[in-house]
Write a protein that binds this ligand. Structure first.
Ligand SMILES: O=P(O)(O)OC[C@H]1O[C@H](O[C@H]2O[C@H](CO)[C@@H](O)[C@H](O)[C@H]2O)[C@H](O)[C@@H](O)[C@@H]1O
Length: 271
């Protein structure tokens, strides 16, 4: 059994959280589902330049190699973008676009949009392009089922007005859109799937007896809400949350994942 009473790398983690991880590591089939931006990867100005912390990536790869253990990344990013920035082996399950896109073990699991949805995405593109053109440092990131309106580098005033105008103009064209708030981003989608539904799907798909979920953003709250008594939810950073534990940010998430890997490894070898 690994001794985790005093190791310096883990000492920043809350004691009750370490206890919960110790318990979780003993579960028969473990699913570790992780948000990407703000959780594994520190936030950066250019989304395609985001990368998981090396310590976080190493823990993900280690956990993904363990028996009776599956790792999934559950992101708001388009699947293509997630594949690019995460750079993980195929054994890591991927969920993109807040649950709309899946890369599981069978490529047939990929989801495609119907003709009506594709037409709605086209209309959305025109409306949001026009909004973005009117504000300095506001731009749109395309995704298969919609767009993210980014305002990270815009002034607070421009960001607020751009969000307001985007909400109004898109609703006037399409009243059935799903709008998701995020960090310096407002997302519009023709599908309403949530990260909570994604976690539920992954739980069944992997036949997990318990789930670990870590996330930092508003949309991760749906995932925390989908957790049960035997699961562990970890909020990365500030903000209201349904998660039962919280750490300061990606560095501590990486520490938590390495501890979970150590504990799981120790227990696996003991069996
Ligand atoms: O669910 P996530 O994996 O956390 O993805 C959420 C969004 O992440 C990206 O945007 C955010 O991270 C960027 C890079 O740090 C940052 O520049 C931006 O301000 C953040 O909102 C991504 O671009 C979005 O598509 C994701 O939905």
């Amino acid at each position: 059994m690994v001794d985790v009473d005093t190791p310096p790398a883990y000492s920043r983690l809350p004691e009750p959280f370490i206890g919960a991880l110790r318990e979780l590591a003993r579960t028969k089939r473990l699913l570790i589902a992780l948000d990407f931006d703000g959780t594994l990867a520190p936030e950066v100005d250019v989304p395609e330049q985001a990368r998981a912390l090396p310590e976080a990536r190493a823990a993900v790869l280690r956990l993904a190699r363990m028996p009776n253990t599956r790792v999934a990344l559950v992101s708001g990013r388009a699947l293509k973008s997630l594949i690019h920035v995460a750079d993980v082996p195929d054994s890591v399950l991927l969920v993109g676009s807040h649950g709309i896109e899946l890369r599981l073990d069978d490529p047939k699991d990929a989801v495609s949009l119907n003709t009506t949805e594709l037409q709605r995405v086209d209309v959305l593109k025109d409306v949001l392009n026009e909004v973005a053109d009117n504000f300095d440092q506001v731009w749109i990131e395309p995704k298969p089922a919609g767009f993210a309106l980014h305002t990270r580098l815009a002034t607070e005033h421009n960001s607020r007005i751009a969000h307001l105008v985007a909400r109004q103009e898109t609703a006037a064209e399409d009243s059935g859109l799903t709008v998701r708030d995020g960090k310096n981003v407002l997302e519009f989608s023709v599908r309403s799937t949530t990260k909570g539904e994604a976690v539920q799907h992954l739980r069944e798909y992997t036949a997990a007896s318990a789930v670990f979920y870590a996330g930092d953003d508003v949309t991760d709250e749906d995932a925390f809400d989908a957790l049960g008594a035997d699961d562990v939810g970890l909020k990365s950073g500030e903000g209201a949350t349904l998660a039962n534990f919280r750490v300061a940010g990606p560095i501590d998430v990486a520490r938590a994942l390495n501890l979970l890997a150590d504990l799981r490894d120790g227990d696996v070898h003991e069996q």
